[in-house]
Design a protein around this ligand. Structure first.
Ligand code: GUN
Length: 286
């Protein structure tokens, strides 16, 4: 029988650990961790994610400062806000919710955030540190995936991992983290030829393709572990709205472990954002 690995429960444990670290920061250094969350425009999914991040911050004692800007904001105005947040010693983490409206270059904006406050781990300096294994803030969803794998395995050395998806937010960084742990990593995407055959060779599949139900049961070797990063909103035949992952959950009985959607990777992403914010505050103390 496949084990359902409840990310929501592990995220609760991480939140508890983050809460303890915040108490220490407050008592020993009079430091009150703060996260600036910037939302540009009216994308409904982004508004939901930002709301979740703010509520989670409040639960653990992180002050969140929300900056909502209109969809027609000029890039220069957003850059001015980021410069002010970079310079503010009371702000420890800065998160600019993606996607940004098309008149704004995400690359320029992410590159303007101080790497020390870059709790998303998207700044080129942090990307470089990740690729050389030299520390830095690590993107939240990939970090959450690794913590989930650590619940299953003592050691990932020598395992064959197949990553499906090549985004800067998940696919590429999770591949680097798996490589750092001495997995043999194959990075694939929806245009990869023979993808089912490649997936079938994996001990670990991390799928972040944004395609509902992409990974079928026969793509998964018996005993493999499937980390499903997909969050897809679909409408059933009966008109009901549901959130589903990138793997066909009802075809995974022969797998060893699968993460559910919802309640798997999603809550881990938020827990890792909190943890990164506290880490940024700790690092700021020197
Ligand atoms: N949009 C989708 N995922 C993310 C994320 O992890 N961070 C930010 N800032 N925006 C996102």
């Amino acid at each position: 029988m496949v084990e359902i690995l409840r990310g929501d429960l592990i995220a609760q444990r991480i939140e508890g650990e983050v809460r303890d670290r915040i108490v220490q920061l407050q008592q020993q250094h009079d430091c009150h961790p703060a996260l600036a969350v910037v939302l540009v425009g009216e994308d409904p999914a982004s508004a939901i994610y930002v709301g979740r991040k703010k509520r989670a911050a409040a639960r653990v004692g992180i002050r969140s400062i929300e900056h909502r800007l209109p969809a027609d904001t000029a890039e220069s105005d957003l850059m001015a806000l980021i410069a002010a947040l970079n310079a503010d010693p009371a702000v420890h983490g800065i998160l600019v919710q993606l996607p940004l409206p098309q008149q704004i270059s995400s690359d320029r904006v992410l590159g303007a955030i101080s790497p020390d406050k870059d709790v998303d781990g998207f700044h080129p300096v942090n990307v470089g540190r990740l690729s050389t294994g030299t520390g830095g803030l690590v993107p939240c969803t990939p970090l959450g995936c690794m913590i989930l794998l650590d619940q299953v395995f003592d050691d990932l050395k020598g395992m064959k991992a197949v990553v499906i998806g090549k985004s800067n937010i998940v696919g590429k960084p999770v591949a680097l983290l798996l490589l750092e742990r001495e997995c043999t990593v194959t990075v694939t995407h929806i245009h990869t030829r023979g993808l089912p055959d490649i997936a079938r060779t994996a001990d670990i599949i991390v799928v972040a393709a944004g395609v509902p139900g992409l990974v079928r049961g026969d793509w998964v070797k018996p005993g493999a572990v499937v980390i499903d990063v997909g969050i897809n909103r679909v409408v059933d035949a009966d008109g009901a709205k549901r959130v589903v992952g990138d793997a066909c959950a009802d075809e995974m009985d022969h797998a060893r472990v699968i993460t559910p959607v919802p309640g798997g990777v999603g809550p881990m992403t938020i827990a890792c954002l909190l943890s990164n914010t506290v880490r940024a505050a700790e690092m700021a103390l020197g």
